[in-house]
Write a protein that binds this ligand. Structure first.
Ligand code: AMP
Length: 232
């Protein structure tokens, strides 16, 4: 059983790295942001509650976030473990999490703010299957269309200059102190997020003491929608 949390500033590749690790280790990838986005896209009551907050780049309230995480984890479909992405984002969430679960490691993807802006503003998301594209190094063959499902590529509502400024400020003010809390417990491994995804993945695995990844023929780098979202 492996229980990981992946943290890092916006655009640091948390989704991509989580998917790679989850596919190889057969653990469940739980992305709180994906769960919220699924709810927004499917016009659920929760979606209506969080849409504006997300678009502005602010954090959703702790009570709702904690109940989403708790509900998802009590499904117990994670026989071999999980990797949680985008949670905890502040001290209260961290304390709530540590009370309930023993975490093996926090994977911190380290990316300078200057690089964040370039990456985030060039990010596109398929509305059909949720795959992430980067117009910097992973453009689709047909502009605006997903290579896998042909779906339309959109920009996330919160991938704007304004929302990004809010998200970065929130990250430094609220999420960084969480890392100090975890560092005191010696849980944190820090990985440079600037190299190519497979290089970052190899470094994560090396620092976690895992063997090199098995070759995955059909693995989609950057796929965001995990099955868990459907059950959110
Ligand atoms: P992400 O995809 O992780 O960047 O999350 C997108 C948005 O979802 C964030 O900007 C927040 O509005 C909301 N969100 C995701 N995770 C959390 C969390 N742990 N606490 C509060 N809000 C969250």
């Amino acid at each position: 059983m492996r229980k990981y949390v992946i943290m890092g500033v916006q655009g640091s590749g948390k989704g991509t790295q989580s998917e790679l690790l989850a596919a190889d280790l057969d653990i469940v990838h739980i992305s709180v942001g994906d769960i919220f986005r699924w709810n927004v896209q499917n016009h659920t009551k929760m979606g209506a509650q969080v849409r504006r907050i997300m678009a502005s780049g602010e954090l959703v309230g702790d009570d709702l976030v904690e109940s989403v995480v708790q509900t998802r984890l009590t499904e117990h479909d994670w026989n071999f473990g999980f990797i949680v992405d985008g949670f905890p984002r502040n001290r209260r969430q961290a304390e709530f999490f540590l009370e309930s679960y023993d975490i093996d490691a926090i994977i911190l993807l380290d990316l300078p703010d200057s690089e964040v802006r370039r990456r985030v503003l060039n990010r596109r998301l398929c509305v059909g299957c949720g795959i992430n594209y980067s117009l910097i190094d992973n453009s689709p063959a047909v502009p605006g269309r997903c290579d896998t499902c042909g779906g339309e590529l959109t920009t996330r509502e919160d991938d704007t200059e304004e929302a990004l400024a809010v998200r970065l400020r929130t990250y430094h003010e609220k999420t960084n102190p969480v890392l100090d809390l975890f560092r005191r417990k010696e849980y944190v491994i820090t990985v440079d997020a600037r190299p190519a995804p497979e290089v970052v993945q190899a470094e994560i695995r090396q620092q976690l003491g895992l063997p090199p990844a098995k070759p995955q023929e059909d693995q989609q780098v950057g796929q965001q929608e995990d099955q868990g979202n459907e059950r959110a």
